[in-house]
Design a protein around this ligand. Structure first.
Ligand SMILES: Nc1ncnc2c1ncn2[C@@H]1O[C@H](COP(=O)(O)OP(=O)(O)OP(=O)(O)O)[C@@H](O)[C@H]1O
Ligand SMILES: [Mg+2]
Length: 556
């Protein structure tokens, strides 16, 4: 609008008042008309401001909403991915998707999408005004447009792969940083600061180079476009000036001014076309990564028609199960049947597949062959939630969340009262320690429970499992880090607690499982011995040998 006003004012004061103005205002006095035009200008600007506000506000909120929803959707999808996904993807990279890529999309909607619409409206309006003023001159003005569009498309095809590299490089850098900060104590104890600095430097350099390679291209784009605009602009000025000087009546001075202003309005946004495409490409690279994540379903899914579980007894049957993480077979046609209510000790050399066995039972991994049934129902026919709710696992790798001791014990459970938490801590021989902390149950355990000792962490995770109190309880090396005295105390409590429940107790320290109803010994993914402690040590074999070593009877 402002260029139109300027043109009308110029024409009015130079004695060529547009006809419609005299008709509407009923006056011929140039001063009065100029006054009317000025008032009109203020009104138009005010309207523009209101419009801009409403528009911006709408877009900004939309962008925030989209960002929020996308992040939640991506996170929900991520959370459902099978365990092996997390083993095969670097954490930093996954975090980069949740953070940077989602932000990139928000930025696109926020600024660029918005700009694209404004640009479209402007081009249409400016084009209309120019063509209605002078078709020939408008055509002249438009000469650079196809050049700009062709150059932009070419540019886009070249810049796109470079942005892909930038995204990959940032993921890789994030992974390195995340790894190093998590492993800071190892770095310090091995005095590997210099080495790690160099590794970060390398990753950061790759990121820098990827960015520079993109910048090299994007930096030449705008100046090139600017030159083609210059020619269109100069052409219009020349032509217009020629017409006016020749008195051809094709154009008034006001119209020439209008034209040169409109041309700017039309062509300058087009120089932004490069930036828009630029941002578009960045957003596309991000969107690709996000949607790749969103579109890949988890390999481990709920069954379509799940069996309704009604009070699990806890009988477990492993039937000819085989499993491998990659190529090497970890579980090898293993079969064993465990009655409900039994406490079964599991022994075996390191790497023999003990932890893998319980992970398969919880469907953290799916079997390659064979099946597992609980109370005669194949675990694949149960909803994952139902299955996992019925198993309380004290895992070999303990993970505590940043938060209070109390929150960590009650993790994943709703409506737990404080006395139950305290009771669980007591049974796990942790209560006295907690009471010795200044804030008691409200003490913060730190990231990953860093403020607790290894044994304290183990006992906390035992308390967690005790509180969950599922019909099947699994202890994977649950007391390996506590002293023998404390272990004995915990063991007695656990025995009491698991009476009537099915318990699987994995332990290297055989005294832990000596009183189990039954002990199975694993070797290379197979069960090689099975029986009570007394029966097993009565016969020569792996268990008897291990037992003798542990109690100090060295065997030859
Ligand atoms: N996530 C994984 N990806 C690939 N291989 C794995 C993975 N977890 C375990 N393995 C391999 O599977 C084999 C069995 O591992 P598992 O953890 O079941 O042994 P374990 O009997 O529990 O040993 P330990 O007594 O040391 O805890 C090992 O050889 C190990 O290298
Ligand atoms: Mg293990």
């Amino acid at each position: 609008m402002p260029p139109l006003l300027v043109a009308w004012v110029i024409d009015t004061v130079s004695g060529k008042t547009p006809l419609w103005m005299t008709q509407i205002s009923g006056s011929n006095d140039p001063w009065q008309l100029a006054l009317i035009l000025s008032i009109l200008a203020v009104i138009i600007f005010a309207l523009e401001s209101v419009f801009q506000w409403a528009y911006q506000y709408g877009f900004l909120s939309l962008a925030q909403d989209v960002q929020h929803q996308l992040r939640l959707d991506t996170y929900a999808q991520l959370q459902n991915r099978e365990t092996s996904f997390f083993e095969n993807h670097r954490l930093g990279n996954t975090l980069a998707i949740l953070n940077d890529d989602v932000n990139q999309l928000e930025r696109f909607i926020n600024t660029i999408f918005n700009e694209l619409i404004q640009m479209g409206v402007l081009v249409l309006f400016a084009g209309y005004v120019m063509f209605s003023t002078s078709v020939i001159l408008a055509l002249f003005a438009l000469i650079p447009v196809p050049i700009i569009i062709a150059a932009s498309l070419f540019y886009q095809s070249k810049i796109s792969p470079r942005y892909q590299h930038v995204r990959e490089a940032v993921g890789s850098l994030n992974s390195r940083l995340e790894n190093n900060i998590a492993g800071i104590s190892v770095i310090k104890s091995f005095t590997a600061e210099g080495f790690e600095y160099e590794r970060v430097e390398d990753e950061s350099k790759s990121y820098l180079n990827a960015n520079l390679s993109a910048i090299r291209l994007s930096a030449v784009y705008v100046p090139l476009i600017r030159m083609s605009i210059a020619f269109g602009f100069a052409g219009v000025l020349l032509m217009g000036a020629y017409w006016i000087l020749n008195g051809s009546n094709l154009l008034s001075v006001g119209q020439l001014v209008l034209f040169s202003m409109m041309i700017q309005r039309l062509l300058w946004p087009l120089t932004r076309l490069g930036t828009v495409l630029d941002e578009y490409e960045r957003a596309r690279a991000s969107a690709k990564r996000i949607f790749h994540l969103l579109d890949t379903p988890s390999q481990i899914q709920d069954p379509e028609c799940p069996v309704h579980l009604n009070g699990v007894q806890g009988g477990i049957n492993f039937e000819n199960i085989s499993f491998s993480y990659g190529k090497a077979q970890v579980l090898n046609e293993l079969s064993v049947s465990i009655q409900a209510g039994q406490t079964v000790g599991i022994a075996g050399t390191t790497g023999s597949g003990k932890s893998t066995l319980v992970k398969c039972l919880m469907r953290l991994y799916d079997l390659n062959r064979g099946s597992i049934q609980i109370d005669g129902i194949n675990i694949k026919q149960m909803r994952l939630k139902d299955l996992r709710r019925n198993i309380a696992l004290v895992s070999q790798d303990i993970y505590l969340f940043h938060g209070t001791i109390s929150e960590n014990i009650a993790y994943g459970l709703d409506h737990v009262n404080a006395s139950d938490i305290e009771n669980a801590a007591q049974l796990a021989a942790l209560h006295d320690f907690i009471m010795s902390c200044p804030k008691g149950y409200q003490s913060i355990v730190g990231e990953k429970g860093i403020k607790l000792s290894g044994g304290q962490r183990q006992r906390l995770s035992i308390a967690r499992a005790i509180l969950k109190s599922s019909p099947i309880m699994i202890f994977d090396e649950a007391t390996s880090s506590v002293d023998t005295e404390t272990e004995r105390a915990i063991q007695q409590n656990i025995n009491r607690l698991t009476a009537g429940k099915t318990a699987l107790v994995i332990a290297h320290r055989l005294s832990t499982i000596r009183h189990a109803d039954r002990i199975i010994v694993l070797d290379q993914g197979k069960i090689i011995e099975d029986g009570t402690h007394d029966a097993l040590i009565a016969n020569p074999g792996v268990y008897a040998d291990l037992w003798n070593i542990q109690i100090g009877n060295v065997v030859k």
